[in-house]
Write a protein that binds this ligand. Structure first.
Ligand code: F6P
Length: 324
């Protein structure tokens, strides 16, 4: 009987630990007697037929590397019926039987649509620094990025304290406040501004004064990115209304997504990669694999992509309490 062939791709924003997941899927598949076909540039590469067979050696030495060796893309063509039709033709041509899609919300939504349209066995692995995927405790990449932000904030604290300044530090997260809230706790910031909760300037001034009163002589406010209400916006308003404060802004940007994955992300990616192959063996269809309370779980795509269902600021009150 022909061995089953598993296709694997990474898509959307890269996240540290994606390579560890690619490695785990590849090696667990080969161990189970499957063939592995790597697809480059996410769904765009599937449409273009950028497909290559992988062996155990293909994934040697990648567990410690950030980014993704498969490259990635945010593919507009895959949002169209014609694009997915082309992708399906290449999928069949390459002899792929099941597809493992590693990425965030957009990737899982794409996998769900593709699986429904063509009755394909698709398994998702949640990998995004935003940690906004429903049904899993954490996503691959979140822990590493959180640690990177924490280290940056610690450094900014040194200069903030020396100059007795207030810093607004903008972090990633798209529509979710996980990175802002958790980095604020980990770095002892005075406040976190997250999309899940409204913050006004008077409230902010209170937090800042609290920081200054505590003889720290400085304050750090972590702000979730937002096109209208990012760190710049709050800094300008505070400067205008409280000219006594010496305010600076630091936007951390894409450096947050790079770097070698933490042990926690490598382990999560390794476990989920192996669980994805188990799911294929069991004949599971159209699910994301995740971890819930430390146990592997299968989550239907439709549930996984309900990003709003995963409250990104469950510990916001704690940031406030601990900055007292
Ligand atoms: O989804 C991951 C993420 O890093 C978000 O936090 C951020 O808003 C976005 O990707 C940035 O996307 P790009 O790399 O395309 O600029």
């Amino acid at each position: 009987m022909k061995a089953k062939t598993i296709g694997i791709l990474t898509s959307g924003g890269d996240a540290p630990g994606m390579n560890a997941a690619v490695r785990a899927v590849t090696r667990a598949s080969i161990t189970a007697g499957y063939k592995v076909k790597a697809i480059y540039h996410g769904y765009q590469g599937l449409i273009n037929g950028e497909i290559e067979e992988f062996t155990n050696e293909s994934v040697s030495g990648i567990i410690s590397r950030g980014g993704t060796i498969l490259r990635t893309a945010r593919c507009m063509d895959f949002l169209t019926v014609e694009g997915r039709k082309k992708a399906y033709e290449k999928f069949k041509e390459a002899g792929i039987d099941a597809l493992v899609c590693i990425g965030g919300n957009g990737t899982l939504t794409g996998a769900m649509t593709f699986a429904d349209e063509y009755d394909i066995q698709c398994i998702g692995i949640p990998a995004t620094v935003d940690n906004d995927i429903n049904g899993t405790d954490e996503t691959i990449g979140y822990d590493t990025t959180l640690n990177t932000i924490m280290e940056c904030v610690d450094k900014i604290r040194d200069t903030a304290a020396s100059h007795e300044r207030i810093f607004f530090i903008e972090v990633m997260g798209r529509d979710a406040g996980w990175l802002a809230q958790s980095s604020a706790i980990a770095s002892g910031a005075e406040a976190a501004i997250v999309p899940e909760s409204a913050t006004n300037v008077d409230q902010l001034a209170q937090y800042i004064e609290k920081g200054i009163r505590k003889s720290k002589n400085s304050s750090i406010v972590i702000v979730s990115e937002s096109p209208e209400c990012g760190a710049m916006h709050y800094a300008e308003r505070v400067k205008k209304e409280y000219p006594q404060f010496d305010v600076r802004v630091s936007i951390l940007g894409h450096m947050q997504r790079g770097g070698s994955p933490s042990a926690r992300d490598r382990i999560l990616a390794s476990v989920l990669g192996a669980v994805a192959v188990e799911a294929i063996k069991e004949g599971q269809h159209n699910i994301m694999v995740g971890m819930s309370n430390g146990e592997p779980v299968y989550v239907p795509f439709a549930k996984a992509i309900q990003v709003q269902a995963k409250n990104g600021a469950p510990m916001l009150k704690l940031v406030e309490t601990l900055s007292n």
